[in-house]
Design a protein around this ligand. Structure first.
Ligand code: LLP
Length: 430
């Protein structure tokens, strides 16, 4: 198994950011998400440098849904990152983290009036997903005496090689406006009094390991941008979305990095904009490829059971990591204090949730495991904690951030009091 540079092995013990996972588990308790901040920042810089070397004006917007911890958004904000926000909550977190409004894009296919008002109030560009939303935004902005900056979300009708639940630019998917209808949508926008077309946006899906769909999407976007230029619309930004995948299967899977991604898309945008004599900013919205491999989820083994299979029952399940259950996704699992030990058994790692499907990993060849051992689930920084739940009334676990060899809590563990804090007793039960 190959490990990324922030993970290491010291006398068979897994380390993250130079610290032994077992000492982090002893100090902070389990289950525990542990994230290496410096890894995220290195990835952000890779993106910015790679795109910036091929295109003059670049903005990397972190897709805050991947991991919404304020500390992570703050660390990225300090580097100059913007953010793709998909809800009023993410928008408020991005502002709280110090990201300037002009570096935000408010995405989403189902925004409420309250969402639209919040965007207009802060002059945040809105990715508009339908004509219905456009006309609602026109009304909202008008009622506030403001102008809303918009980008239409293009549906490029592209089949992408990824899990069907996370392909977002298919002709059949719920997102965006069909690419052939986009020029007429901008024409509608020009007819509005309180709307200013500022950009154009697409996002074709997630965990994409092939660069070809990104090239195709960039081509579609440039064709539309040319049409818009012909209509006299000059855009401030072209946003290609996120979607670059990571190699979850260490040693056997490979993935293009930010440099290869930049080399695939930036020249298409550069050539197209130069030939049109325009100079919009190039925006991208990576989530997973910035944060996924920065994080391990540490779980304690509660018990081991030989039955139909060898079950290893750990203290985290799909309440804390839903990806394996939801997308059948693969995450490497290691015995944190015996990474180099010889695999002797085939284990299925199961969580504590009251569902047969609560399986984090099936049939993994691992060193012998016993109750009390610590296992680490790798590459859990994206869509891990951010998709967690309190199912089975399990308080969510803590998150630790490491920077420069120093670990600190970035989220305390919830308690049962946190679960009941929002509950109310109806009068007839008190
Ligand atoms: N921009 C937009 C508009 C998005 O909808 C997304 C992700 C991104 C950017 C970031 O995409 P990324 O670079 O992270 O691939 N929960 C799923 C992934 C869902 C992605 C949703 N949209 C998973 O765990 O695989």
């Amino acid at each position: 198994m190959t490990l990324p540079p922030h993970l290491g092995i010291r006398e068979s013990h897994l380390t993250i950011g130079g610290i032994e996972c077992s000492s982090l588990a002893d100090r902070f308790g389990t289950p525990l998400y542990v994230t290496d901040q410096d890894r995220i920042i290195a990835k952000y810089r890779d993106y910015h440098t790679a795109l910036g070397s091929l295109y003059p004006k670049v903005q990397v917007l972190y897709a805050a849904k991947a991991n919404g911890n304020l500390a992570i958004i703050k660390a990225l904000a300090r580097e100059g990152a913007g953010a793709d926000v998909f809800s009023s909550g993410e928008l408020q977190l991005a502002l709280a983290a110090g990201i300037p409004c002009e570096k935000l894009l408010f995405n989403g296919s189902s925004k409420s009036q309250r969402d639209l008002r919040l965007a207009v109030e802060h002059d945040i560009a809105v990715s508009v997903d339908s004509l219905d939303e456009l006309f609602q935004l026109e009304q909202v902005a008008g009622s506030m005496g403001r102008t809303a900056r918009i980008a239409f979300r293009v549906n490029p009708a592209l089949d992408v090689p990824t899990h069907p639940k996370i392909a977002t630019g298919l002709a059949t998917s719920k997102f965006g406006i069909a690419h052939n209808l986009i020029p007429s949508a901008y024409r509608e926008a020009l007819g509005c009094t309180h709307i200013r077309p500022a950009g154009i946006h697409c996002h074709i899906g997630s965990q994409i390991l092939d660069l070809e769909p990104f090239r195709k999407a960039a081509d579609v976007m440039m064709r539309i941008v040319a049409d818009l230029a012909g209509m006299g619309i000059e855009l401030d930004f072209i946003d290609l979305g996120g979607g670059l995948g990571i190699p979850y299967r260490h040693g056997t899977e490979t993935a293009p990095g930010p440099a290869e991604y930049a080399a695939a898309v930036a020249p298409i945008i550069k050539k197209g904009t130069e030939s049109l004599g325009i100079d919009p900013e190039l925006w991208v919205e990576p989530g997973r490829s910035l944060v996924a491999d920065s994080t391990v989820l540490l779980c304690r083994v509660n018990s081991v059971k030989k039955a139909h299979k060898n079950f290893v029952n750990v203290d985290a399940g799909f309440n804390l990591l839903v990806r394996p259950v939801m997308y059948n996704s693969y995450h490497e699992i290691v015995l944190a204090h015996g990474v180099n030990h010889i695999p002797e058994e085939t284990y299925t790692i199961t969580g504590p949730i009251c569902e047969t499907g609560d399986i984090l990993a099936s049939d993994r060849h691992l060193p012998r495991i016993k109750a009390g051992d610590l296992v680490a689930i790798l590459d859990t920084g994206a869509y891990g904690f951010s998709m967690s739940s309190q199912y089975n009334s399990r308080p969510r676990c803590a998150e630790v951030l490491i920077h420069d060899g120093t670990p600190a809590l970035m989220r305390r563990a919830e308690t049962v009091d946190d679960l009941t804090a929002t509950m109310r007793t109806p009068p007839w039960l008190s």
